[in-house]
Design a protein around this ligand. Structure first.
Ligand SMILES: [Ca+2]
Length: 227
């Protein structure tokens, strides 16, 4: 088979154009990854499906200082008798700092609930990776009590909890395991027979492959019931 010079040039040109198209596709993928990380870092309200209404981080939107955006779902839990909100928390990983009070750090799951909508929000704890990991959030409470229940406010990526343990510091026992049916902005509620000893620790285990793949599992607040 013989090629004339113009056919050879056409083939080279075709390969060159193919190469350019592949490079452009690579750039688009890179840019989308960058955009995702950028929004996660600087826009607490970012939702991958719809970024309308994204607001830059401010002291108020990050920390809830000076205003409240509690929702009706919180009403039943704010004034429960013999209840307390977590005072400290540590996690297997964090999108924010591990120990400080930056957005998405474990500390964002302590205190009263302050996330007012279902979505990505720096006022809740989020693990480092969006999906595919087993993660834990361990909350401690200032007063040890004979416990009868736990309420966990899920604010994004709901449905990923697989196990809940309670106890005193390191000495823990399982009080629930199974499929978390929580959907949307809601509380995961567990009631159990009063513990025979005082507890101050709640450890929550997540399988982040169990929720929507485009959402981070985020916890706004953890409440312990007992006296
Ligand atoms: Ca919170």
């Amino acid at each position: 088979m013989k090629f004339n010079i113009s056919e050879v040039l056409n083939i080279i040109l075709l390969f060159f154009l193919l190469f350019i198209v592949i490079c452009l596709l690579g750039l688009v993928v890179e840019f989308n990854d960058f955009k995702k990380d950028f929004h996660k870092a600087y826009f607490p309200d970012y939702n991958q499906a719809n970024c309308l209404g994204c607001q830059p981080l401010t002291e108020n939107s990050m920390m809830g200082n000076g205003y409240s955006d509690l929702t009706k779902v919180d009403d039943d839990f704010l004034n429960l008798s013999n209840s307390q909100w977590a005072s400290q928390a540590v996690a297997s990983s964090s999108y924010g700092s591990e120990t400080g009070n930056s957005a998405w750090s474990p500390l964002m799951a302590t205190g009263k609930p302050d996330v007012g909508f279902y979505g990505d929000n720096g006022k809740a704890w989020a693990p480092k990776n969006i999906s595919g990991n087993i993660e834990t959030l361990t909350a401690t409470f200032s007063k040890a009590v004979y416990a009868t229940g736990i309420n966990i406010k899920e604010s994004y990526g709901s449905g990923a909890i697989i196990k809940v343990e309670i106890g005193n510091d390191a000495d823990l026992q399982v009080v629930w395991d199974g499929n978390d049916l929580t959907r949307g902005l809601n509380y995961f509620k567990i009631n159990f027979e009063k513990t025979k000893y005082k507890v101050n620790t709640v450890k929550i285990t997540f399988d982040t492959s169990k929720k929507s793949p485009n959402e981070w599992a985020e916890i706004d607040a953890v409440q312990l019931i007992g006296q």
